[in-house]
Design a binder for this molecule. Structure first.
Ligand SMILES: Cc1ncc(COP(=O)(O)O)c(C=O)c1O
Length: 385
């Protein structure tokens, strides 16, 4: 059996000497999957016309089919997009909203998605309604409650994170989506962090649209996201770029939005093979336990809370920084730790406080977190490494 931790790092390109605690933001792609993408590029360049005109359409649908099976969906309901931001844009900017309609999201909404919602509201006269999530969160019921309280008769769309960016909190999507449906609101899920981090059966969630990433927790090369749509909710949803497939159906519209490098999308089957070779259950258990154990140690050492209990997390969790660091500029802190300490970890401002968000991935080892723990505790001062 392949052992996880330091020895697995050789399968990735991560530089030596850096504690990489931020798989969450952009992912890290294994060498084997990058090699697969390169093979697709070489195949394209051998005869661009043959590849792009004749071979690509079938290969793309085959890759979409593999991904669809992974999320328990059907191939024709899954299309590739550049990233989760593109998928969220496609839906948000396709909807026909009117003045007074409400889009409901939580205060955890990813900033790029927030900006998209604000632009849609500006253009249509719809209103952005925000459900405030206070940290630390005690349980899933409290997440359901804060969203429930913000529904109104005018709520037309609920935009919900599956796993939220500032904290890694897993939202009870199925329960909240049922509430939205009862009130006649459509549901768009931002699943940027979910595929590969938690088991996913998208059609069973009872939502209308689900945008996700393969380049974060599924090991695909960057520029690889997807959009799933309920069959009855596909009409009228267009990609951010309109091209030849306009009006010819969901897959036709998204599969070709102009000439591009399709290799990230086409290497998804190899990314899924890499994932399967490590074992979905083993990955989930190793990463969850590692992140939770280290978060608990940091929380105790820093005398500061985690954002919520372990059962609301996968491989991603945030710990409040101690008072001593609360007045620091988060961007400078990130830069300083990266440049001087060679620790990569995001610092997120949320609810008037600063939080360090740690990720755990199969290449991480318990020792990777110890210098961060010590530096923040104040027990290491000068440069190290
Ligand atoms: C919840 C959430 N949505 C969307 C995104 C954007 O992902 P991408 O840059 O791949 O579009 C992120 C990135 O971290 C995220 O955390």
């Amino acid at each position: 059996m392949i052992s996880f931790g330091r020895s697995l790092r050789r399968r990735f390109l991560l530089e030596r000497g850096t504690d990489f605690l931020n798989h969450g933001s952009f992912g890290a792609t294994p060498r084997a999957v990058l090699a697969s993408a390169q093979r697709w590029r070489l195949r394209m360049e051998a005869n661009p016309d043959r590849f792009l005109r004749h071979e690509l359409p079938g290969a793309l649908r085959a890759a979409a089919g593999r991904l669809a099976r992974f999320v328990h969906a059907e191939e024709r309901d899954v299309v590739f997009v550049e990233n989760a931001t593109s998928g969220m844009n496609a839906v948000l900017r396709s909807l026909e909203l009117r003045p007074g309609d409400e889009i409901l999201a939580t205060s955890h909404v990813y900033n790029a998605v927030r900006q998209t919602i604000l632009e849609v509201c500006r253009r249509t006269g719809a209103k952005f309604v925000e459900a405030k999530i206070l940290l630390p969160v005690s349980d899933g019921n409290s997440l359901v409650k804060v969203v429930k309280e913000k529904f109104s008769r005018r709520t037309k769309l609920l935009v919900l994170d599956h796993i939220a960016s500032p904290t890694g909190l897993i939202f009870p999507v199925k329960r909240i989506a049922a509430l939205a449906r009862k009130r006649g609101a459509k549901v768009l899920i931002d699943g940027a962090h979910a595929p590969g981090q938690i088991p996913l059966d998208i059609p069973s969630l009872g939502v209308d649209w689900y945008a996700g990433n393969c380049h974060k927790w599924l090991y695909a090369p960057k520029g690889c996201g997807f959009l799933w749509s309920r069959r009855g909710a596909q009409a009228g949803i267009h990609p951010p770029v309109i091209s030849h497939g306009y009006g010819k159906g969901f897959a036709a519209e998204f599969d070709w939005t102009g000439t591009r490098d399709f290799s990230a999308w086409l290497s998804v089957p190899d990314a899924l093979d890499f994932y399967a070779s490590l074992g979905a259950a083993r990955i989930k258990s190793y990463c969850h336990q590692l992140a939770m154990q280290k978060a608990r140690e940091m929380s105790l050492a820093w005398q500061a809370p985690c954002d919520g209990p372990p059962e609301l997390h996968g491989s991603l969790i945030a710990i409040r920084l101690p008072e001593r660091l609360q007045r620091r500029d988060p961007q400078r802190l990130i830069k300083e730790w990266m440049a001087r300490r060679r620790i990569v970890v995001p610092v997120m401002p949320y609810g008037g406080a600063l939080w360090a968000r740690i990720s755990a991935q199969v290449y991480n080892d318990p020792r990777d977190y110890d210098r961060l723990l010590a530096i923040v505790s104040g027990s290491i001062s000068g440069n190290s490494r």
